[in-house]
Design a protein around this ligand. Structure first.
Ligand SMILES: [Zn+2]
Length: 221
């Protein structure tokens, strides 16, 4: 697990490493992705943001949480890097990931902003099945602590955004529970939860429902 270097002095136990792109990013600046896809992402990002599942760590000065929807084949549209602080988003805050190479740890994307630092993890999940049409990644201390090793959970030694995380999701996919319920906890990525679905509605709804069940104070729209 890597700590954020800039925070190592202030947060001795910080292991939240959101926001750092660990793959080789081949980004081409270009127009906003297809609005039919970004509008769905904008719609479903909103309740996640309101529930505090997507947002910004003020002390760490880094955003957290990201969501994506499949475009064609392996391509998908994902929230751009460093957009977690935004209350609302528009097309200019999204990137189209056109290709990924897990073994070379490389992500190709285009759009007004570079793809989220977690694009590699999203790509690995889409590669599991054509049925997966949306991926939502949120942060929640409460859900992470409550459901780690209760829901399907990735190995604690594996950090986000790495080829090893791709292998972890392949392992989880072999379990009926992840296939059926679409929820997983990333033990090696503090506060990290992943939800998948056949639509954004399903993927976002699953994690919102989990949050609603847990605290009763967060949205479940
Ligand atoms: Zn994360």
């Amino acid at each position: 697990m890597l700590a954020i270097p800039m925070c190592s002095g202030r947060h001795s136990a910080v292991t939240i490493d959101e926001g750092y792109i660990k793959y080789v990013s081949r980004w081409t600046e270009g127009p906003a992705p297809d609005p039919r896809l970004t509008e769905g992402l904008e719609t479903w990002r909103r309740p996640l943001y309101e529930a505090g599942l997507v947002g910004y760590y003020e002390d760490l000065k880094v955003g957290f949480g990201n969501l994506s929807v499949r475009a064609n084949g392996p391509a998908f549209v994902i929230t751009g890097t460093q957009t977690g602080h935004l209350e609302t988003t528009s097309g200019i805050h999204y990137a189209l990931v056109t290709k990924t190479d897990v073994t070379r740890n490389t992500v190709w994307s285009s759009g007004p902003v570079e793809a989220s630092s977690e694009a590699m993890t999203h790509a690995a999940i889409y590669a599991l099945s054509d049925a997966i049409q949306a991926v939502v990644h949120v942060h929640s201390r409460e859900l992470w602590e409550r459901y780690r090793n209760v829901l399907p959970t990735t190995d604690a030694r594996v950090a986000y955004g790495t080829p090893a995380m791709a292998a972890e999701f392949t392992r989880l996919w072999s379990q009926h529970r992840f296939r059926n319920d679409g929820l997983a906890v990333m033990a090696g990525h503090e506060e990290g939860i992943v939800s998948i679905g056949t639509s954004l509605r399903e993927a976002a709804g699953r994690v919102l429902a989990l949050a609603g069940q847990s605290s009763g104070s967060t949205g479940s729209r």
